[in-house]
Design a protein around this ligand. Structure first.
Ligand code: 13P
Ligand code: 13P
Ligand code: MG
Ligand code: MG
Length: 369
């Protein structure tokens, strides 16, 4: 039996500022997805938020890019935007870049991570959601989960994982993709994905083993808002879904990379680098300097397309030390103020406010010999 697991997200308005999704918008989403479940559009759902991003987690048997499912998500975001406008929430409708839905939500602004696969007897799956960062922020943890034996012990000691995984990497500037095998092409893979603002891991596939080789085991949203809108309109806060156990990395191996508060871009006005902080849903509100960037992880068990149980996985003292370290790094980075590398490098600022400053000063630049 094949199940599709879809995470579709959008920022339809924050309260206050860009900090958080208000409970009233969560209520709208829950009501509309409940209706969608009752009328058979989806099988099951879970609504949550990471910072100011409204996250719709849905299961169904309709495959990827299904018009009915995407249209349901679009309608939730539309309805949410309308309410956000009415209540004066900040940046109401921020991520809805087009007015009309035409068959597919891709290219309209929301972020999408969805995958269709054959359910195993027991199917643990983790939904990761981030705020104040970009799709490339998932490169480091996804690499560690599926290719780094210092993270994933199973790569060494579990015969089912020993052959490694296949990575689908997108060049999001040139709109091309390449498939690379780990461990064989590990250095080529790292050469690309280390440049995380351009090369982004889109999917991971199993190699020869117990699982179908054409069914993904992880998927990441790769939408770049500024590429759709032609100017900076907000950050492309990403989401990902990762399957675990029985021939795949164990749940704890999937979570382990987040014990390191690595640096990501997207903090404050989408223009600063800062540490990613793994937090519970309750603490997924971006306060200090609109951050620091946050990640949440909700783990599910799937059975016959139903979400039979869930857990807020970073709601755990095991990540307290990481959070403290993230705070220290946040403080260290903040002390740089407008200087790189806290502020993003020039190339990445091109779509924010810097061109306007350059325009203003253009005539005042003089040649120097
Ligand atoms: P599975 O092989 O069943 O995924 O178990 C791995 C494990 O023991 C996790 O620690
Ligand atoms: P969001 O993309 O999460 O709305 O954040 C925008 C921003 O500029 C926060 O400082
Ligand atoms: Mg926002
Ligand atoms: Mg956001």
């Amino acid at each position: 039996m094949k199940t599709t697991f879809s995470i579709i997200k959008a920022d339809v308005g924050g309260c206050p500022g860009h900090s958080k999704v208000n409970e009233k918008l969560i209520e709208v989403a829950n009501k509309m997805l409940r209706d969608g479940k009752e009328n058979g559009t989806i099988k099951d759902f879970f609504v949550t938020n990471c910072g100011d991003d409204l996250e719709l987690i849905m299961t169904h048997d309709k495959g990827e890019n299904n018009e009915e499912v995407h249209s349901l998500a679009w309608n939730v975001f539309k309805e949410g935007s309308d309410l956000a406008k009415e209540l004066g929430f900040y940046g109401a409708g921020q991520d809805l870049l087009k007015d009309a839905f035409s068959g597919n939500i891709r290219g309209l602004g929301p972020g999408i991570a969805e995958m269709e696969f054959t359910e195993r007897k027991s199917e643990p799956i983790i939904a990761f959601m981030m705020d104040k960062t970009e799709p490339g922020a998932f490169n480091l943890p996804i690499y560690k989960i599926f290719a780094d034996p210092f993270n994933t012990a199973g790569l060494i000691i579990d015969p089912k994982l020993h052959s490694g995984f296949r990575f689908e990497v997108w060049d999001i500037k040139e709109h091309k993709r390449v498939f690379l095998n780990a461990p064989e092409e590990m250095y080529d893979l790292l050469a690309l994905i280390g440049a995380k603002s351009r090369f982004v891991i889109k999917r991971v596939y199993p190699k020869e083993g117990s699982l179908p080789e054409d069914e993904p085991v992880a998927v990441i949203s790769t939408e770049k808002l500024y590429q759709i809108a032609g100017e900076y309109v907000g950050k492309d806060d990403p989401v990902a879904a990762v399957r675990a156990q029985s021939g795949l990395p164990a749940l704890g191996e999937v979570l382990e990379p987040f014990a390191f508060p690595y640096l990501v871009s997207g903090w404050m006005r989408g223009s600063h680098n800062g540490p990613i902080m793994p937090v519970s849903n309750k603490n997924a509100k971006c306060t200090r300097f609109d951050g620091p960037p946050r990640a949440i992880a909700i783990g599910f068990q799937l059975k016959n397309g139903m979400l039979t149980g869930h857990e807020d996985l970073f709601d755990d003292p095991a990540f307290d030390y990481t959070r403290q370290e993230a705070e220290r790094i946040a403080d260290y980075m903040r002390r740089h103020g407008p200087f790189e590398p806290h502020r993003l490098p020039l190339e990445e600022m091109e779509y924010t406010t810097l061109p306007k400053v350059m325009d203003k000063l253009r005539d005042r630049f003089e040649p120097v010999s």
